[in-house]
Ligand binder design. Sequence first.
Ligand SMILES: [Zn+2]
Length: 241
Amino acid sequence: MTEERSFDISQFGGEVHRLMVVAAHPDDLETTCGGTLALLIGTGVEAALLLATDGDIGTHDPAFTRETLAATRRQETRAGAQALGIRDVFFLGHHDGELVADLALRAEVAGVYRRWQPDTVFTFDPAWGGQAHPDHTAAGRAAVDAYMPSKMELYHPEQLADGVKVADVKRFFFFGGSNREGEITVDISAMWGLKVAATRCHASQFGQREEALEWLAEWNRETGRCCGLEYAEAFHPMRVW
Ligand SMILES: [Zn+2]
């Protein structure tokens, strides 16, 4: 029996109306799911970004301080979001390389879930042992850990002032592209140009050099190889109730 691994984007669009990406660093969104987001936004899905750190150690350029780099990367984040049609960006402002999925971060994420009311969350898989960056694991951990308490009225009730309701996240998708079991693959070939343009908004990371994004092209080509697609992004679904 051949498993159908290529995922029809219209299936996402049918049940996803408000999608939040929980990311660790300013360029995580574009690189992991920018093409899929562009497709979904094109079908009328509302999208938002919750960004845990400012990416304030992400340079070898001595001209930057942590403060000036954080400011630059917030601007780049807004530009990338705008390129993809994402209107709302929530900055938590943690330091890059120091993100911890503690109770404080859980409450911060829950508060944003309650204010923005996503039905779907895209984030890092907190249980994937192949993850080399601890901030990615922490962001995914906090995103999942916030799910249950954010639904309960007695959890941080001060967040529920001024008409804010408990959250109701219905599904998670973890960023994939590592050819693991159960991955669903989205054809982003038609959005590749837009994904590259949005990624290039992070000029402090990628500049304008053609070869700076060759790793990303190779990753998305490799992800599509399973299904005969030119460029693809992949996700691991996690159902919640
Ligand atoms: Zn990252």
